[in-house]
Design a binder for this molecule. Sequence first.
Ligand code: ATP
Length: 238
Amino acid sequence: MTALLEVEDLRVAYGKIEAVKGISFSVEAGQVVTLIGTNGAGKTTTLRTLSGLLKPSSGQILFDGKPLHGVPAHKIVSLGLAHSPEGRHIFPRLTIAENLQLGAFLRTDKAGIEKDIQRAYDLFPILGERRKQAAGTLSGGEQQMLAMGRALMSQPKLLMLDEPSMGLSPIMMQKIMETIVELKAQGTTILLVEQNAQAALSLADEAHVMEVGTIKLSGPGRELLHDESVRKTYLGED
Ligand code: ATP
């Protein structure tokens, strides 16, 4: 079986600085795969490259069997790859409902869009309760929910989440992680970038530890959770 996403020997540079130095990994349909690692390891750069926002200097990306090389970002969304970026990037002056509508900008099936907006409200009831309010009035955690809901509005085959737990209270973080588990149960395939290694490894089928642009270690999330070097470096144990 071919994977939904296959990344082979991917390299990405900012000018002369190589941020991603030849990484390979794949995501099977139905899996949650996580990239963990410290600041500057190249996780965000990897996601932005998969979205078409950055150009790789070399390597191959196959999504659903098709090469993404040279495909513009909006086309990549229409192929089924959605990105909920670091820092959320919601539109603060637009209402919650309008933000969700924008996530469906490539779709024309009105009834389907309405159904998916309702699905976002079912997933995150607070968004439904406050649908007519400006999104800027939401708390950080609620904005993260909106960013996830918006990314789901494109009906992605693969949902990429960049640091969904950043800056959230433990309770909000728990809610976001539970939602990831729920989305997986509903059949969504997820590529998750996280600094919170404990949370990400607990729920990932497959995990890759990135260090200065390379993948240092790969394995099932629960296995890495018990790996001594991972525990020392990423889980703060002696
Ligand atoms: P973080 O969690 O801090 O976002 P990360 O693992 O996602 O870390 P990246 O943001 O991908 O890491 O950064 C990888 C490397 O590329 C870092 O050394 C960073 O300083 C560098 N970098 C990122 N964006 C740029 C840019 N626009 N121009 C130059 N260098 C950049």
